[in-house]
Structure formats: C-alpha cells, structure tokens
Ligand binder design. Structure first.
Ligand SMILES: NC(=O)c1ccc[n+]([C@@H]2O[C@H](COP(=O)([O-])OP(=O)(O)OC[C@H]3O[C@@H](n4cnc5c(N)ncnc54)[C@H](O)[C@@H]3O)[C@@H](O)[C@H]2O)c1
Length: 417
C-alpha cells in the first residue's frame, strides 16, 4: 500500500475539527500537532490514541516545522495565516489555511508569489462554501441551472458575546479584539464567489454602529458588524453582511439571482427557481440536498458541524495534493485572496467615507506592485506607521482593571493556565 500523506496541524482549538478528519481519513494520517496551550495538545494526543495512532506534539512552531510532514493545516490565529503559510511553503510543505488568508495586502501578494515559486499546493479552508446548502447551490449553478448572476446577498450573523471572553482568553491583544468590522468576510462572501465563479472588481464598505457590550468584553472598536457591497466582474452586485447582530441562533443566508432564475437557502433547504420558456413564468423547487461528493466518506466521518461542511476542506486538500478528481473543489490561493482582500479593502473604503475601492486581480503580476508594500492593518507590529484603528468610530480600550477582570474570568474557567 502507498504511504499515506503525513499531515500536521498548527493550532489545536479550531484545528480539532481537522484533527478529527485526519485521524480517520483513508489517504492521510495525522502525524503532529502544535499548540502552545498544553491542554489542547493533551486532547489531540488522547484523540489519536483512541483512533489507534501515535502522534508527536509540539509547543513551538520551529520544532513542529522541522518534523517529517508532507503538509500542514494552519488553524492558528486568523491574522497570522499568511506569514505561517509562507514559512511552511518555503520549508517544502503543502498548506491548507483556515480563514482569513492574509492580514494585509502586502501579505496577499507575497502569499501568491510564494505559492507560485514553490509550486506546492495551497488550499483555503472556507468551509462555508461546502455546507450542504451552499455546496449544492455551487453544483446547480455550475450545471447552468439559473444562468449568470445578476445580484446576490449573503450573511453570516454570529453574536458571540456570550463566549467572547472564552474565545479571546480575556486578552485585549487577542486577534478577535482588534478585528476591523469587514475583516472576517469570507464566511459570507466566500460561497457567493465559489457558486458564481466570478471575481470581485470593486468594493464599498460600511460599518454598523459599535456595540457597547463588546467594548466591555475587550474589543477596542466595539466589534460592529460590517457590510461589503461588491461588484463582480460581470457587473453584478453582492451585498455581504457579517458579524454580531441580535438574532439567535446564529445563522447564514445566501441568495443568488441570475439571468434565468434564482438559487438560495431557505429554512434548511435549497430554493431553486427556474424561468420556463415564457418570461416571468417558472417553477420553484424546495429541497434538502443529498451530499454529492465522496458522500459515504463524508457521512461516515461523523464530522457534520457547520452545516455539514467540516469534512470537506481537509478532504479536498488531501485530494488536491494527490492529484485526484475531488481536488477540483479545493479553493486555491487566488480565490482565497479574492475573498479575503474584499474585507481588507472594504475597511479602507469605510475609513475614507465609503469610497469605492478597486479590487486588484492579483493573478496579474503587473497589478501586484501597487500593493506589495501595503502593510496597513489594525496590528501595529505588522503595520508599523501604516497602522489603522479597528473602527471608524472612536476606540474605547479597556482600563487595566477591566482587562484584568476579563482575564480573571477566563482563568477561572481554565485552571490549567
Ligand atoms: N471556519 C470556521 O468555521 C472557523 C471556526 C472557528 C475558528 N476558525 C478559524 O480558526 C482559527 C483558529 O481559531 P480558534 O477559534 O481556534 O481560536 P484561536 O485563534 O484563539 O486559537 C488558535 C490556536 O493556535 C495556537 N497558536 C497560535 N499561535 C501559536 C504559536 N505561535 N505557537 C503555538 N501555538 C499557537 C493558540 O494557542 C490557539 O490554541 C482562526 O483562524 C479562526 O478564524 C474558523
């Protein structure tokens, strides 16, 4: 039997989802996990033992990277994916990156160029593109069921206030506490890009009002929800909204209007409208789709989280590396950057009075130079003198006492620290 692909996971929190897929995948094996938080390493080791496997665990990235692996899954901090992806690629490892692809425009350019130079596989784990409903919309659209997109809407609404201290460790410096409102945009925009296969050419950003509750939880900008109005390369407009709004349970919603019909999510079903031979007359179908790619493997994996999507990013990464047909569903570095930079540029738009921003096509080498030194982001260590605030509203950082109270709350729930 051929040797299985040897894959390591960097970041054991969200990374546990990929760990579970890898522990049971027929063509790959989990060989290592890296995290600086020991309880997550203990959990990974225990899961591996339960699956009859033995893995190495590392608490520092350098030792992890030096280990014998073909590929790395990056489930580390959302703002640090590009820098670590570049290091992994340069060390000869294929990379799958969690969301987002890059923190800055300069990193997006460098990431693309590193993928091109190394010739290694880079895939983007935007699992929301593979939910049962969005993946079916992608398939139907690709079959030509509704024609060419004319307008689309997408939303990812997730308040997170109740778990905010937990997922930021009560640390004001955690990446979630300096997110600008449009950064985390690919759970909403991503599926529209994959379904339609279109590229963004312009974005206008908007910021809803900041939320008092989030200042107290540690977000210096009040963690407002963000909106991107994106123009696609055929002129169609997409309205994308994401972030904390008051509606439970958290939810997603996607709508694609096109020249011959409509595809959308509707109460756990796909709604397909197709116009018939007579204009303004057509048929509506509502259905719960069956999985259509590696269905048995996906179902037997037991990984059904995030709308049935969480098996697929890792599976498609493996299949892409192995050159197998399912690999065609993997999201490549160009699509990843298309999705991610809409959020980065939308924030520039917000800071400039909602000015329209051209979205460069970074597949084209000549379009890269304008952005290769653009380090602007909300993280001063990365941005230097290009640092941005994390809201267009005045920031309200916590006092030391307030920050210490949040941290104490987190520590009370994590006695191992
Ligand atoms: N696609 C999804 O549905 C989904 C859901 C949740 C999170 N995410 C993404 O997953 C990623 C991780 O998010 P999270 O929720 O696990 O929280 P997180 O970002 O707080 O956790 C990251 C983990 O990586 C570890 N880590 C980071 N840098 C490290 C370093 N230099 N050395 C050792 N360990 C390091 C941390 O200790 C932590 O356990 C983020 O990119 C987030 O956007 C995606």
């Amino acid at each position: 039997m051929e040797r299985k692909l040897r894959i390591g996971v960097f970041g054991g929190a969200r990374g546990n989802s990929m760990i579970q897929v890898l522990l049971h995948h027929p063509e790959a094996e989990l060989v290592a996990v890296c995290d600086k938080y020991q309880p997550l390493l203990d959990r990974a080791k225990k899961s591996a033992e339960e699956a009859g496997l033995s893995i190495e665990v590392f608490n520092n990235f350098e030792d992890f990277l030096a280990y014998d692996m073909d590929a790395v899954v990056l489930a580390n901090y959302a703002t640090e994916h590009a820098t670590y992806a570049i290091r992994c690629l340069k060390a000869g490892k294929h990379v799958m990156s969690e969301v987002l692809p890059s923190e800055t425009m300069a990193q997006a350019v460098e990431l693309i160029e590193t993928v091109e130079e190394t010739g290694l596989v880079y895939t983007y784990a935007e699992n929301y593109c593979y939910m049962d409903l969005t993946f079916e919309m992608w398939r139907k659209y690709k079959e030509g069921a509704i024609g060419d997109v004319t307008y689309a809407e997408c939303e990812y609404v997730h308040d997170c206030a109740a778990c905010w201290v937990d997922i930021t460790y009560g640390d004001p410096a955690h990446w979630r506490n300096h997110l600008c409102p449009t950064f985390y945009c690919t759970h909403s925009l991503g599926p529209i890009m994959t379904i339609t296969g279109r590229r963004p050419v312009q974005v206008v950003g908007f910021e809803n009002p900041p939320i008092d509750e989030f200042y107290k939880l540690g977000h210096a900008g009040g963690h407002a929800s963000g909106i991107e109005m994106v123009t696609l390369d055929n002129g169609a407009i997409v309205k994308s909204i994401h972030g904390p709004l008051k509606l439970e349970p958290s939810h997603t919603d996607y709508k694609v209007y096109a020249t011959k019909g409509y595809l959308g999510t509707a109460d756990g079903k796909v709604r397909l409208y197709r116009e018939g031979p007579n204009t303004c007359q057509g048929e509506n179908t509502y259905y719960a789709p069956e999985k259509f790619v590696s269905a048995d493997l996906a179902k037997n994996s037991g990984i059904a989280s995030h709308g049935g999507s969480d098996f697929y990013p890792t599976h498609f990464f493996i299949e892409k590396i192995l050159g197998k047909p399912d690999g065609k569903w993997a999201i490549d570095v160009y699509q990843a950057v298309d999705m991610g930079i809409c959020g980065i540029l939308a924030f520039r738009s917000i800071l400039n009075g909602n000015k329209p921003m051209r979205v460069p096509n970074l597949r084209v080498k000549e379009e890269r130079d304008e952005w290769r030194n653009d380090n602007a982001c909300t993280n001063a260590t990365v941005a230097g003198d290009q640092v941005l605030p994390c809201s267009s509203y005045p920031e309200k950082p916590l006092t030391e006492e307030e920050a210490a109270a949040n941290r104490a709350k987190w520590l009370a729930n994590h006695p191992a620290e």
